[in-house]
Design a protein around this ligand. Structure first.
Ligand code: 0O2
Length: 226
């Protein structure tokens, strides 16, 4: 990509879209700055995770992290979430109340890798851990499993340092596969046979969970032989 293209794509990510009506209209500059800050937070968290993965892959001859996906929450999703929580649509309401504008999703092969990566990230002395939601030990009633960490990381700007909040979701490849399909159903209105689909998804989530633990025990046996 050319430098100009990079700049255009960055601006597209952080600017207030034209189709947002009046939302954030009188705070367009503040909105852009806020999104730029979240974007930098995402990069910081991603770098920390990549460093851990590089180190562990040399130490253990195996990558605990398969891949990392990052995203900044879309402006229309930000508005929807603020309204759902009964909050005003403003930059300060976003910064004070939303945990997942900066989102990092970490995909691991095995369940024990999830906890290993989470513990190592949380042990870093510049990170503040706000909340841990363990949807693996305590799955949601629909079968959703994932470990969520709400953290703050320091980001250094030209004249100040800022703690930026981000949500880190850590899950296995199989949990991620499940969550992607379930997410589609959740956000599609008028799904035919929805009740049955929810039931089937729940059953699949349980199979996936058993398979995840089974795969881990097979891996342990292979390691023992080695
Ligand atoms: P999107 O479109 O992915 O951004 P909080 O205010 O943090 O306490 P919140 O945000 O509801 O409350 O927290 P929670 O339950 O941890 O959910 C945060 C995110 O986790 C969701 O963001 C989803 O990305 C994911 N998630 C949570 N529950 C489910 C689920 O049942 N199925 C799937 N597929 N994903 C889930 P958003 O904003 O809902 O959606």
């Amino acid at each position: 990509m050319l430098d100009n293209d990079l700049h255009t794509s960055f601006l597209r990510q952080v600017s207030l879209p034209k189709d947002m009506g009046e939302y954030f209209r009188d705070e367009a500059a503040e909105f852009e700055t806020m999104m730029m800050i979240y974007n930098c937070g995402v990069k910081e968290v991603k770098t920390k995770l990549q460093v851990l993965n590089d180190e562990l892959s040399v130490m253990n001859k195996r990558n605990p992290i398969e891949f990392i996906k990052t995203r900044i929450k879309r402006p229309d999703s930000i508005v929807t979430k603020l309204k759902k929580k009964g909050l005003p649509v403003s930059v300060s309401a976003v910064r004070q109340n939303l945990n997942d504008v900066a989102g990092v999703r970490v995909i691991c092969s095995f369940i024990d890798d999830i906890y290993r990566v989470a513990d190592m990230l949380m042990a870093q002395d510049d990170i503040v851990v706000h909340k841990i939601k363990d949807y693996i030990k305590h799955p949601k009633s629909n079968g959703y499993r994932s470990l969520h960490l709400i953290v703050e990381v320091p980001v250094f700007f030209s004249d100040h340092k800022e703690m930026v909040r981000a949500e880190v979701q850590i899950r296995t490849i199989a949990m991620d596969f499940w969550a992607s399909l379930e997410h589609q159903v959740k956000y599609k209105k008028d799904v035919r046979d929805a009740e049955n689909i929810v039931y089937e998804l729940r059953a699949c989530a349980d199979v996936i969970n058993r398979t995840d633990y089974h795969m881990q025990s097979i891996r342990d046996k292979i390691v023992e032989i080695e």
